[in-house]
Design a protein. Structure first.
Length: 348
């Protein structure tokens, strides 16, 4: 036999490896080439330029990798490139929104703006603040959480630990239905029951009732998933020692999953904080400070933003952007607190 016959066949899956900075180099080249193509074609939209650069990045990564590393590695790089492009497409609008809100909101956002209400300030005049709206939002969201958290957590405990048969299936079905209920429908339900039938009138508490309808299914679902993650061995070990089931849930199951449960509650609070439709129907809004959520109309941050944008004057626009920035900061703080609690309470 010849030496050529005895020589081992070259592995077609093995090839040269591109350096780690290859993806960054292709990205920079795609941005420059995309900008040149858009300028030559007379395209003035940044979105069009970004899409051209994204297509060039994916195609360029595949072409170079297929030539040097082989088809298998090129497909892997193409999948990675598509993931990065999808990530940037999702993050860019969010970053643009935050930048625009921060740029316009800092004009009037200061200590005076946070500690004063509109009072006797007209919408077309400068001055005023969001103290009455911030106070109303805190009270309405706090009451909604006070109603929703016990109901949601106890419902989840029933579904995971005790739920069997038709009743559990019915509860699960209605929780799924409530998850998709539009906020305006929840507001109309409380409006017909609380305001029209019981004649209680608009108030912050009425808005809290509608917000609790939106919050309960989120709490139930998140708590249910966290309880399912608790290993059955922990339950069985506690029951084997003669501990009653209710005490096992209280002392073993809940402490093990408390971090995830609190995270879900915080996310549910953040979800209802920006709701406007129930507030429009049930709270109405006012320019004066009302610290009593159980009587008379009350303001909230989403309602304040809506009314200030509707006023149509430059001072009102500035106040609306500042209130929007405050609302975003409040929700971001809630999410950061939730993540911190989740890490703090996570099982070691």
């Amino acid at each position: 036999m010849s030496n050529a016959t005895l020589s081992p066949r070259r592995d077609s899956l093995r090839g040269a490896t591109l350096p780690k900075w290859f993806a960054w180099a292709v990205a920079a080249g795609s941005l420059a080439l995309g900008y040149g193509i858009s300028a030559a074609a007379g395209l003035h939209s940044d979105v069009q330029w970004a899409l051209i650069a994204a297509v060039l990045f994916v195609v360029g990564s595949y072409a170079v990798s297929a030539k040097i590393e082989g088809a298998r590695q090129a497909k892997d790089r193409t999948a990675t490139s598509l993931v990065w492009v999808a990530f940037l497409l999702a993050v860019t609008p969010l970053a643009s929104l935050l930048w625009e809100t921060a740029e316009r909101g800092v004009k009037v956002l200061d200590g005076y703006f946070l500690t004063h209400s509109m009072g006797v300030v007209a919408d077309a005049e400068p001055g005023g603040g969001i103290y009455h709206a911030l106070l109303g939002t805190l009270e309405q969201v706090g009451l909604a959480a006070l109603i929703s958290v016990p109901v949601g957590v106890l419902t989840a405990i029933y579904l995971v630990e005790y739920g069997r048969g038709k009743l559990a299936k019915a509860v699960t079905f209605f929780v799924d239905v409530m998850t998709g209920i539009p906020s305006i429908v929840a507001g109309l339900f409380i409006l017909s029951l609380w305001v029209l039938i019981l004649k209680m009138g608009p108030s912050g508490f009425a808005g809290s009732l509608a917000l609790s309808i939106l919050m309960i299914p989120v709490v139930v679902r998140s708590t249910e998933e966290m309880l399912k993650l608790v290993p059955n061995e922990l339950r069985e070990a506690s029951l084997a020692l003669g501990v009653p089931k209710w005490r096992t849930i209280l002392k073993v199951v809940l402490p093990t999953s408390i971090g995830g449960i609190i995270t879900g509650i915080m996310l549910a609070v953040a979800r209802i904080t920006g709701e406007t439709a129930p507030v429009l129907l049930l709270v109405w809004g006012t320019d004066f400070i009302n610290a009593n959520p159980f009587q008379d109309p009350q303001e909230s941050l989403p309602m304040y933003i809506y009314l200030q944008f509707g006023a149509g004057s430059d001072p009102a626009y500035d106040r609306a952007w500042a209130a929007a920035l405050t609302l975003i900061a409040f929700i971001m703080i809630l999410n950061l607190v939730a993540r911190g609690i989740a890490r703090w309470k996570a099982p070691r």
